[in-house]
Design a protein around this ligand. Structure first.
Ligand code: DGJ
Length: 299
């Protein structure tokens, strides 16, 4: 799997799981991501070795079932004119207490980026048809590029860019992962971070992110903290001035390896459907994080 290429699944079809996320569940990995073809929003692929991916389902589409819940949201999977809305950077966690797979994503109306909302959907299985529960602005804030992080004790966090991307918000989630429970941080105000991705190495937390240049790649940065709700460091550079031609999607740990998954947006977004993927190793040394460039993905 060449870094930067649009990888294919085991049937030879391109994998459309951009701005994605991999959930390890049971003996398999589930790769979720944006699929903007036809009436799709989010697709799911399954693998046991991270190299051979089987397409499983279009888990969220314009035709997905919708259901309200206790949080007041707007339930809208198509615009009034019948067009598509925009669901970006979907992430999924398994909630042990409820037995549900809970998806969070960035919602926009499909025309501009002014709704800046968080969307939630759930399912009883990792790759079934998800039920859409709508979008909302947490505590009234804008919420754009986002990620999830699940700590070892099951506490989960939703992290998203706010105030026109000027601030990065960290929200602790409620026990069922269906709502925000507290806004625990407004990080790096005025530093305009996008594409957050979090991992935990040796008891410390690392958050990678990009700068804000549309679809064009830029210098990646990371910060470190002793706890998700503790004090985060200032941002430090990682990778080169284009993060080796990528923007962070998520970080996965496997067999002691820390793997950075990024998107290489086709034609800097103009050829979105040709967007490829990269996987670079991350190395932690003396509290510093380093990204290694490789031609081939290291899986
Ligand atoms: C950068 C974001 O990281 C992407 O997810 C997408 O929203 C583009 N901006 C849109 O320009």
């Amino acid at each position: 799997m060449k870094n930067g290429a649009l990888w294919t699944d085991i049937s030879g079809q391109p994998i459309h799981a951009h701005g994605g996320w991999i959930l390890q569940y049971g003996d398999a990995y589930y790769w979720y991501g944006e699929d903007r073809r036809d009436r799709n929003y989010v697709s799911c692929y399954r693998s046991t070795n991270l190299s051979d991916w089987e397409f499983r389902n279009h888990i969220l589409t314009m035709d997905s079932p919708m259901r309200t819940y206790r949080v007041r949201t707007t339930l809208k999977l198509q615009r009034d004119d019948g067009g598509k809305v925009n669901l970006e950077r979907p992430k999924v966690l398994y909630n042990e207490k409820t037995g549900k797979f809970v998806l969070w994503a960035h919602y926009e109306n499909g025309k501009d980026y002014l709704d800046a909302a968080a969307a939630v959907a759930t399912c009883d299985t990792p790759d079934g048809d998800f039920t859409y529960h709508g979008h909302f602005n947490p505590y009234g804030y804008m919420s754009r590029d986002c990620t999830l992080f699940q700590d070892d004790d099951g506490t989960a966090y939703f992290i998203s860019a706010s105030r026109d991307n000027a601030d990065m918000h960290v929200y602790r989630l409620s026990d069922d992962y269906m709502n925000v429970d507290a806004l625990v941080h407004r990080l790096w105000q005025g530093e305009y971070r996008e594409a957050p991705a979090v991992t935990k190495i040796g008891g410390r937390y690392y958050m990678l992110s990009s700068f804000c240049t549309g679809w064009a790649p830029n210098q990646g940065r990371y910060a470190v903290s002793d706890s998700m709700e503790g004090r985060w460091s200032a941002l430090r550079d990682i990778g080169d001035e284009t993060t080796y031609h990528s923007q962070p999607a998520f970080i996965l740990q496997k067999d002691g390896k820390v793997l950075y998954f990024g998107d290489r947006w086709g034609g800097n977004g103009e050829k979105y459907f040709e967007s490829g993927y990269v996987v670079y190793p991350l190395i932690e040394k003396d509290g510093e994080l380093h990204m290694l460039y490789t031609d081939e993905s290291v899986l």
